[in-house]
Design a protein around this ligand. Structure first.
Ligand SMILES: CC(=O)SCCNC(=O)CCNC(=O)[C@H](O)C(C)(C)COP(=O)(O)OP(=O)(O)OC[C@H]1O[C@@H](n2cnc3c(N)ncnc32)[C@H](O)[C@@H]1OP(=O)(O)O
Ligand SMILES: O=C([O-])CC(=O)C(=O)O
Length: 355
């Protein structure tokens, strides 16, 4: 197995999963990228067909899970419902306490397969609609949109959803992956490790920024208002959501791809409004923070992904849970690596001074 699950060059803006550049992965199915992260190499045709078939066979959720989804408060963000339900479903997994490689792989497949179903079932129930059962003939991305909307997405939207899951899938030791790995390092089960990841991804300084970007776009409303909004934020020393990164000191390579995707959606939908509003925000941030103040603050993965959700009519309440649906493969890859080490992660308190 290749050594690095992920490689980031934060100065050059390079991102690789298992030594493969993100730009060479983006046109693959999400299932192939998930396989790459977890198994360490790209699947051949036969391996991909088997892996996809296993994922598609595990998408359904049972009646007890639906009961818990119905009991969730319908005003909460889908991420909170997802966190609650992932914790609840572990009891139905016959492999919960089987820590063999095979047992962990079966749990991994179920988690990756069921997360979209849980999010979509919660979303529809919260909006007074009947849940839509998964369609095993559809890809991970197309099936998710189908379960949310009740109708099959057009090919471009299905493609964008797959690419979103790929771009969200992995990012080395980000905060949520670190949380998952710490949990796995105690040899706790995979569900617990994924719950840890979910809890950490939720915060607005991490995966929660995507929803904040959407709210910001709404608040700004049109390209003409963007400059004033950004200048006021800077004046008040407030952060602009979807910008800045602990590792990237240049454009986030995922941001570049998300920007191209949002441009494609804007053109196909003949509606440049959200794209132009986002670009006006970006131009002002770069002019004010990078060019005038020398701060290396560029759009991160959460900025233009928020823009594509506007075009796909995905509400902010779903944004972070969609991130989680993609990221779960990365969390699992890291947990498997950690299980092999059989070593607890226990930093000393002084190391936090660096954070
Ligand atoms: C999937 C992800 O997790 S991607 C990140 C998603 N999060 C966001 O988009 C939230 C907004 N961004 C941020 O809060 C930060 O840039 C982080 C958390 C992503 C990275 O944080 P750090 O590397 O610790 O940078 P830190 O917060 O210390 O900022 C360094 C400087 O840049 C400024 N800065 C950083 N991000 C921003 C921003 N988005 N807007 C304005 N200023 C910013 C800070 O105010 C600080 O300025 P100072 O030196 O004058 O005090
Ligand atoms: O790497 C990080 O710190 C945050 C990030 O971009 C991610 O988790 O995708």
């Amino acid at each position: 197995m290749s050594k690095n699950i992920c490689f980031i060059d934060g100065l050059e803006g390079i991102l690789k999963y298992r030594d493969v550049d993100i730009n060479d992965l983006i046109d693959l199915p999400y299932d192939a990228v998930s396989y790459l992260l977890i198994q360490g190499e790209l699947p051949g045709e036969k391996e991909l067909a088997e892996y996809s078939a296993r994922l598609r066979a595990e998408r359904e959720i049972n009646r007890e899970v639906m009961d818990v989804i119905r009991m969730c408060n319908f005003n909460i963000d889908a991420m909170e419902a997802l966190r609650t339900v992932v914790s609840f479903i572990s009891q139905f997994d016959p492999d919960l306490n089987d820590s063999s490689q095979e047992g962990n792989m079966r749990k991994a497949i179920r988690l990756i397969a069921m997360l979209p179903t849980i999010v979509a079932a919660y979303y529809r129930t919260a909006n007074g609609k009947e849940p839509v059962p998964p369609d095993p003939s559809l890809s991970h991305g197309a099936n998710f949109l189908y379960m949310i909307r009740g109708s099959r997405p057009d090919p471009l939207e299905a493609e964008v959803m797959e690419k979103d899951f790929i771009l969200s899938a992995e990012h080395e030791l980000n905060a949520s992956t670190f949380s998952s790995r710490v949990t796995a390092s105690t040899l706790s089960d995979l569900y617990s490790a994924v719950v840890s990841g979910l809890c950490t991804l939720k915060g607005p300084l991490h995966g929660g920024a995507r929803a904040e970007v959407m709210t910001m776009l709404e608040e700004i409303g049109s390209p003409e208002n963007a400059e004033k909004f950004v200048l006021e934020k800077i004046e008040k020393r407030e952060k602009i959501m979807g910008f800045g990164h602990r590792v990237y000191k240049t454009y986030d390579p995922r941001g570049t791809i998300f920007k191209q995707l949002s441009m494609r959606l804007a053109e196909v939908k003949e509606d440049m409004h959200w794209y132009e509003t986002a670009e006006a925000i970006e131009n002002t941030v770069v002019r004010e923070l990078v060019e005038k103040r020398g701060k290396l603050i560029y759009p991160n993965v959460d900025f233009y992904s928020g823009v594509i959700y506007k075009y796909m009519e995905i509400p902010p309440q779903l944004a972070t849970s969609i991130f989680a649906i993609g990221r779960v493969s990365g969390w699992i890859a890291h947990c498997f690596e950690q299980y092999e080490k059989k070593k607890i992660i226990r930093p000393r308190a002084f190391m936090l001074d660096e954070c």
